[in-house]
Design a binder for this molecule. Structure first.
Ligand code: AP5
Length: 190
């Protein structure tokens, strides 16, 4: 295995994919290329092929054991990739049965992350971004529930650091301050 493995997480709608895309452009210009892999897309490709779901937002309502098997397969595929890799995923996934760890031990063992990044912003900003995105089927929840999810993600990230020795970094992506988030993220990735 060569290169750096950076796991980037954040609650749905915090803007992690936006920050990743902009950071990768900047790093490619500097001569530090990264490949970004969306963990949810890897899971979805298998889930759809096996007839479990029609769209990616249905995955978090699947049976817990099915989600775990999809995670394992995605972890294995990504773990075999070479070079600098960004893994766009979730520290925890809110399921009807409770918070499911996005990176359980058997996934961490495949990924060997160097860093886990938490992209965060204020709960009400996330709520507004979700309400403005009609392309996705977001779970209906208020800002208090989003705050709880962001707190759980920090706790899970600490557990991942204890299990693997990786570092944990928090990058804020505040409204209309995307440039600051990209600057902070590129520093983490360099
Ligand atoms: P995933 O594909 O990660 O979907 P998601 O969580 O819904 O993430 P999005 O890509 O929709 O949101 P984002 O936070 O990246 O925000 P975006 O950049 O689009 O996961 C899909 C599913 O896969 C999960 O639900 C789960 O079921 C499954 N999954 C994934 N990983 C898993 C794992 N490890 N284990 C188990 N299951 C897993 O931005 C949102 C909006 O905000 C945009 O409109 C954007 O323009 C705007 N915006 C961004 N930044 C700013 C800013 N600074 N100011 C103003 N607006 C901004």
């Amino acid at each position: 295995m060569t290169g750096k493995r950076v796991v980037i997480t954040g609650v749905p709608g915090v803007g992690k994919t936006t920050v990743i895309e902009e950071s990768m452009k900047r790093l490619a210009e500097e001569g530090t290329p990264y490949k970004a892999v969306n963990f949810g897309t890897c899971m979805f490709e298998t889930a759809k092929a096996e007839g479990h779901v029609e769209d990616r937002d249905q995955m978090r309502t699947l049976d817990k054991d099915v989600q775990k098997e999809l995670q394992r397969l995605a972890g294995k595929r990504i773990g075999e990739m070479e070079g600098n890799i960004i893994i766009d995923t979730h520290a925890s996934v809110k399921t009807p049965g409770g918070y499911l760890p996005g990176l359980p031990e058997w996934v961490l063992a495949e990924l060997h992350p160097d860093i886990v990044v938490l992209v965060e912003t204020d709960d009400d900003q996330i709520l507004m971004r979700r309400m403005g995105d009609e392309s996705r089927r977001r779970d209906p929840e208020g800002s208090r529930s989003i705050a709880e999810h962001q707190g759980i993600n920090r706790a899970f990230a600490a557990a991942y650091a204890m299990m693997t020795g990786c570092t944990v970094q928090i990058v804020r992506n505040d409204n209309y301050l995307l440039d600051r988030a990209v600057e902070a993220m590129t520093q983490v990735l360099r």
